[in-house]
Structures are given as C-alpha cells and as structure tokens.
Design a protein around this ligand. Structure first.
Ligand code: 5AD
Ligand code: SF4
Length: 469
C-alpha cells in the first residue's frame, strides 16, 4: 500500500459511480474513450463532464509530440487538486492515465506524478474494470502489455440510447498500429505492429451503429489504408473491399476513413472512390514534406512526384475530391530549399485543409539522434509561412462553396437558437437554420456565407415555407 492511498475511500460497490474521461490527440483516442466508457458502464459508472464530481478520472493521452505529452503532467496537477478537495470531504478519486503516454512511459508516470493510481496502455482497455478495481484496492497498477487476445472482441458495445446520444456521425476503429517506421514517429512503438479487425466484427459494429441512427461512419486506423482484415471467405480483404461491403449496410449513408499512408493507396481503394457514392469526396493524405531528400530521411518510401501522381489518380477516379495533409517543418537537415519544395508541393496540389507541426524529437525514434536539428526560431518562421499558404487555400476552398447546394448531415443543435450544425461532404462545418427534428438526416443546403471555421447555409425552400405559413 502506498501512503498516497491511505485516505482514499473507493466508491461502494453497486452505488452510482461517476467517471470523467478526457481525450487528447487523434480520433482513435476519441473512439477508445467511448469504448472505455462502455466497458465501465456495466460496473455502474456514469460519465460526468465535471472532474470534481468524478470517482474515477481517466486521461486518454497522446505522445505524438513533446507538447502533447507534457500537457498531461500539468493536467495531472489540476486533477490532483480536485482529488485533494474531494478527500477533504471524505470522498475518493481514482486517477488513471491511459493512451500513448501510458504505453510509452509506463512506470515512469507513477514516479513523476505519484497521484496516479493506474497506468493502462491502449491494448488492454478490455481489462479496465479489473484494473480499476485493483487500483482501488490500494495498489498502484501498470498494464502496458500487448496481449494476444482481441481487445475489441472483448469490449462491450454501447447500449443503443448511448450511441444515439453520441450523434449520427461515429468513429469505428478497423486497424491499429503501424509498421512503416517513419523516422519522426512514435506510433510504431506506442501502438505496436499493424493489426486489422476481422470484416465480420466491423460489419456487426456498423450495423449496430446504423440501427441506433448513425448515418456517417469514419473508419479509423493509424494506417487505415493498410487494412488487411480477415474476410468471411477466410481471405485478407483490403480497405477498398471493406468499404464496398460497408456501403451495403442499411442506414449507412456516408463513409470516410483516416489516416492514410500514400504507399497504401491501392487500386481497390482508388476504385472505391469512383464506385461508392457513400464514400465522401475528402481524403486526408499526409505527405509531411515536399522535398525528396527529407522524404527519404523520414523513411516515407515515396517521393514528391509519386505523391503527385497518386493525387492525380484519385482525382481522376473522383473529380470532386478534396485533399488535406499533415506537414512537419524543421525535420533534421531541412534547408530553406527543402522547405521551399514543401511550399511548392502545397501550391501544386491545392489542399482544402492541413495540419502542420514543428518537428518534435521523440525519444527512441531515429530522427531524434539525427544531425542537423533545426533551431526553434527557424521552425517557427517556416511554420508561419506554411500556415499562411494552407490557411489561404482552406479559405479559398470554403469561399468556392458559397452559392452551391450540397448535402449536409445535420449532427446537433448549433450555438444559436434555431441553428443546427452539420457537415458537408468535404468535412466543412455548416451552420443551418433548420428544424431540430431533422438532426440525424442528410439534407440539401445552399451555402450563403463563410466564416472563419464554418459555412453558413439555408435549406432550399425553407424561406418559402415560412412565407406560406
Ligand atoms: N514531430 C512533429 N510532428 C509529428 N507528427 C508525428 N510525429 C511527429 C513529430 N515527432 C505529425 C505528423 C503526423 C501527425 C499525426 O503528427 O505530421 O502525420
Ligand atoms: Fe507515424 Fe503515420 Fe508514419 Fe505510422 S505511417 S509511422 S503513424 S506517420
């Protein structure tokens, strides 16, 4: 027993218990957080949005860049204060760190943040109820195994009402891990080798989602287009084939997938963009850099010309497709000429969206020990220049939407009364004056204006109806 635990009463078994879960980083963590909530629900845990009300706090963490990882320790400081306040009232709080920082740092977290009771890596969430119980029985628990059993097969599904409450657009993880070993990236170490869920399990989950009102499913994977799950025929299915099968599920009106590696865009997947109207015309296809020298040093295993050709092939299959990408500035050895090549690639491709980052050396990755680390002020300056270009492209893309009528999936109430928030096929947020009863349906919307982050639209005929009434 640690001194830290002596005054922490755990909630009585059977009593209503609350769990606060905060997700950092990528969409796979968002999905995992939901599955953790689902795993704890049979134990009587109800989710709360207020950390001070929580019997159990789970921080689902991201390790991709140093900033993301460091954020967790400051958050843990705040959580500890909340825990101390609860203890002063004779109530307890169990603190868990999950996700990629948990996987990467394991025991270290307990040393740096002694308030933490449980450290659990992304591969063992199905064991969460037992792990939490063990941690509450006054033990510190660390589980960062990569077990052989199928995590997803053992995680309980959300009840229908819960899925409904989460809205009509859902994530579904189909693939985890990465075998690519880009030299900047921790993912192959934190999430392990590539694994794919079987087709039948994914179909069953998609059917459950659709029956609960989900209309749009985004398939997730660190390297989603490397998907090669076992099909009902016992053979390995590529992502294109999985998508075609999912498009047949009743109620699924929209499909997306993220994140892809350019090397894994095979013919079947490109054909899916041509053949499946359900597959939305928006593709996140990270290139990271436009310099062949840097792409090579990053071990991306393609050059800028190959990326261009790929973009053209996908555009030929689906002419209205728009692309987004991730970019890293200041990878070790990046010169002004290399950076200029990245800007050129951005101008040539023309993106509808982009995420860009300063290179962050991650412990244990080959990039961290390379010569020619780029000084911070140089990275900051390059990032600002790059973002000026990508933000300009995004704004131009949004402006081109004005005057067009497009299908929008209405997802939830907007900020203002009478307003509903939805998504365009190109993942743009759209604010529409619409009847709330239409939430969960795809409706045609005419875009009338653009703001900084959103488009504003009207439903054709909405005005006339009012005039008649
Ligand atoms: N430094 C900066 N950015 C990184 N990314 C991954 N690793 C690093 C790193 N060490 C970015 C890449 C990736 C995205 C998810 O995060 O652009 O595509
Ligand atoms: Fe990281 Fe993506 Fe490369 Fe995998 S494919 S190592 S996740 S950047």
């Amino acid at each position: 027993m640690t001194p830290d635990k002596t005054s922490a009463p755990s909630p009585a078994a059977g009593a209503a218990k609350t769990v606060f879960i905060k997700s950092y980083g990528c969409q796979m963590n968002v999905y995992d957080s939901q599955r953790m909530a689902d795993a704890l629900a049979p134990e009587g845990y109800v989710e709360t949005a207020a950390v001070e009300e929580a019997d159990l706090v789970i921080l689902n963490t991201c390790h991709i860049r140093e900033k993301a990882a460091e954020k967790i320790y400051s958050e843990l400081g705040r959580v500890r204060l909340a825990r101390d306040a609860r203890r002063a009232e004779g109530r307890g709080m169990t603190i868990a760190v999950a996700g990629c920082v948990a996987q990467a740092e394991g025991e270290e977290i307990l040393k740096r943040a002694p308030a933490v009771d449980l450290v659990v890596g992304p591969q063992t969430y199905h064991r969460l109820p037992q792990l939490v119980a063990a941690a509450q029985a006054s033990r510190k628990v660390v589980d960062t195994e990569f077990p052989l059993e199928d995590k997803f097969g053992r995680l309980p599904a959300a009840p229908r009402e819960k899925t409904r409450a989460r809205g009509p657009a859902a994530f579904l993880t189909v693939q985890e891990g990465c075998d690519k070993f880009c030299t900047f990236c921790v993912v192959p170490y934190t999430r392990g080798a590539e694994t794919s869920r079987p087709v039948e399990a994914i179909l069953a989950e998609a059917r459950r989602l659709a029956e609960a009102g989900v209309r749009e499913i985004t398939l997730l994977g660190q390297n989603v287009n490397a998907y090669h799950g076992e099909g009902p025929d016992g053979r390995s299915w590529p992502l294109g084939r999985l998508l075609a099968r999912l498009a047949e599920v009743e109620g699924v009106e929209r499909l997306r997938y993220t994140t892809s590696h350019p090397r894994d865009m095979d013919e079947a997947l490109i054909a899916a963009h041509r053949d499946l109207p359900q597959l939305m015309p928006y593709l996140h296809l990270p290139v990271q850099s436009g310099s062949d020298r840097i792409l090579e040093a990053m071990n991306r295993r393609h050059d800028a010309a190959q990326y261009h050709r790929l973009v053209e092939r996908v555009r030929a299959a689906r002419p209205d497709i728009a692309f987004s990408s991730d970019f890293i500035v200041g990878f070790p050895g990046e010169t002004e000429a290399d950076f200029a090549a990245t800007l050129r690639l951005i101008e040539d491709v023309g993106y509808a969206g982009a995420y860009s980052f300063k290179y962050s050396p991650r412990p244990g990755t080959p990039g961290a020990t390379l010569e020619g680390q780029v000084p911070e002020p140089v990275m900051a300056e390059r990032l600002a220049r790059l973002q000026a270009v990508t933000e300009g492209q995004q704004k131009a893309f949004n402006r081109e939407s004005v005057g067009r009528t497009m299908d929008v999936l209405l997802e939830r109430r907007g900020k203002k009364p009478g307003q509903v928030t939805g998504r365009s096929p190109w993942l743009q947020a759209v604010q529409v004056e619409a009847d709330e009863a239409l939430i969960g349906t795809v409706v045609p919307v005419t875009i009338v204006a653009t703001g900084t982050w959103s488009l504003y639209g009207e439903m054709p005929g909405a005005g006339e109806k009012e005039a008649v009434a």
